[in-house]
Structure formats: structure tokens, C-alpha cells
Design a protein around this ligand. Sequence first.
Ligand code: ZN
Ligand code: ZN
Length: 202
Amino acid sequence: MNDAPQSWPCAVCLRPSVPRVHDGCVDRVRQNLLALPGLYRQLGDALVPGRHGGGGRSGTRTAPLPCNLEALDLRSRGGIEGVLATWAADLCDREGWTLTQYGSVEAAVDGYAELLLMNLRMLCDEHPAIKELADELRQIVGQARRIVTGEKAPRKVPVACPCGHILKVSLDTPGERCPSCGEQYSHRELFDLPFAGHQVAA
Ligand SMILES: [Zn+2]
Ligand SMILES: [Zn+2]
């Protein structure tokens, strides 16, 4: 008998793991679900005129208009709500539950985030697309947080897969599958790939 615990790629980050998804990876999904209702409300503040200062000559680094449009986008039906509703509908579909409909986008964000939180363990144990769920949540939380805090997006670095495809990775990329040849890379393996030059814009 082999008494070493069997391990396989974590279904979220692709690094070796004994459980299907690392506890830390489950926790990051949980933190993102917990953060979204609050970020949704904070994005409302980003829409209030005057928050980003008036005069155009004060050397503001971020233009207020695109920022507000992005906040508006995330707050509309199909923004943050769209990501949560898609996964909540998928969960209800798989379990044979009826998806609750909400009267406002804000109530839907709260309700769907809570539904996904309550079922997070099961999703991590069973859902075939848990990586997509985790990736979409990380992406939209990052986008919302950058609008709220005024941070810039993490810098993307182009690296070359041996098949010739250029992958763009950043320090918060947990792992990636090359869409061209299907090879799976962990975060560390991505950064071991050869740098693919300066010409690719983020
Ligand atoms: Zn993991
Ligand atoms: Zn490839």
C-alpha cells in the first residue's frame, strides 16, 4: 500500500492538492463573495459627481468619466449581478432548485452572493467549472476594488508557451491553461516560461 496521500491539481489554482480544492483557494472564493455586496454599494459612491475633483488642470491621473461608466456598468443588471446570477442559476439548475428573482439589482447581488456562499463547499467539492467561477469572481472583485480605491490594474507580462501561443499573466494569475495547446500551468510554471518581449500591450 502506498500511504502517501494522493494529490492532483487543485481545481482552482492547478497546484498539487490533496483535497479537490485547497482550503486557501476555497477561502479566497469565500472572501470575494463576501466582498461583492459591499463593493456594489461603494461603487455607488464612485458615481456621485464631484468625488474625483472638479478642475481638469489639477493633474488628476484618472479621468472621472470612464471610471464612472465602469462603475455604472458593474452596478447595472448584468454587471456584478450578472456574474452572481449566472452562477446562482447554474447552481439551482444542477440542484433542481427554483432561482429566486429579486426586485432590485442590489437585492439580487446580496441574495445570489449569499446563496453561493451557503453552497460554496459543495461547489468546490463537485462543480466541474469551479475554476471559471473562482476566476470570474476574482476578476470582477479586482475590477470593482480598483475603481473604489483608484488603483491601477496589475501589470500583465507576456510569456511564450512552447506551442508558440503568447499568454498574458500577472502576479495575481493563479494558473492558466494555454488555449492553443491545452497545456496546464501553475502560477510558478507560468513565470518559468520565456518572456515574450515588450510589444504586447496589456
Ligand atoms: Zn488551489
Ligand atoms: Zn500552448
